[in-house]
Structure formats: C-alpha cells, structure tokens
Design a protein around this ligand. Structure first.
Ligand code: DGP
Length: 110
C-alpha cells in the first residue's frame, strides 16, 4: 500500500482538513508556502491524468475541496498544482492536488 493510501485509510494518523467518502485533505509534510494542503482521492490512481480518465466525479471533488479549504483559510489567491510524472516533479505516485497559498507566486513556475 502506498503512503497516501495509508494516510487515506487512517493507518497513518493525520488531521484531515476535509474528508468525504472519496476524498481526504491534509497538510503537506514539506510545506512550500504558509498554506500547503494536499487533496487526494482515497482510491489509488498513479497521477491526476489517470484519476481524471477513470473518475471525473472524484476529480471534480478535489477542486471543490480545495475551494472550500482555501475559503476556510481565508486565502484571497492561491495556486493549484498537479505534478504529473517524475519530469514534472511528482515524487509520490498517488494522485494529489497541491493547494498553495499565503505568499506571492512567481510565473512561470520553476
Ligand atoms: P509531489 O512531488 O507532487 O509528488 O508531491 C508530494 C508531496 O507529498 C510533497 O510535497 C511532500 C508530501 N509528502 C510526502 N510524504 C508525505 C507524508 O507522509 N505525509 C504528508 N503529509 N505529506 C507527504
């Protein structure tokens, strides 16, 4: 079982900022901004593309959860990222949405 499957299943105790039948959200271990939350499907998909192809309802719920968490944190601007593939910086191969906020962000991203 991968690390995010274990978190979603409650095998690794975590504080969930959002939780439903299909999705959980929790703080990133290595935050890159004052607010850095990961929103993941409970079911295992290797990346966002695989999730989108297999379950567009859950994919949509990731965005809804991110919107709600951004509102809860009072973020007036935020960035949503899906690193998809090792060349794009993906290091955990269980689909996850990064919600980042609380500081200015540069464009283009590094
Ligand atoms: P990515 O590089 O896009 O695959 O992002 C993976 C993120 O997951 C990275 O920012 C660090 C975070 N992370 C890795 N392992 C854990 C963990 O066990 N707990 C939490 N909360 N975050 C983790």
């Amino acid at each position: 079982m991968c690390i995010f499957c274990k978190i979603a299943a409650g095998e690794i105790p975590s504080d969930f900022l959002y939780e439903s039948a299909n999705v959980v959200a929790f703080k990133d271990l290595d935050p890159q901004a004052p607010t850095h939350v990961l929103v993941i499907p409970r079911a295992h998909y290797e990346n966002a593309a695989e999730l989108a192809a297999a379950d567009s309802v859950t994919m949509s719920e990731l965005f809804g959860a991110a919107r709600r968490i951004a509102s809860d944190f009072g973020l007036d601007g935020y960035r949503i990222t899906f690193n998809t593939g090792a060349s794009a910086g993906q290091s955990v191969f269980h689909a996850h949405l990064h919600l980042l906020g609380g500081r200015p962000f540069a464009w283009p991203p590094g």
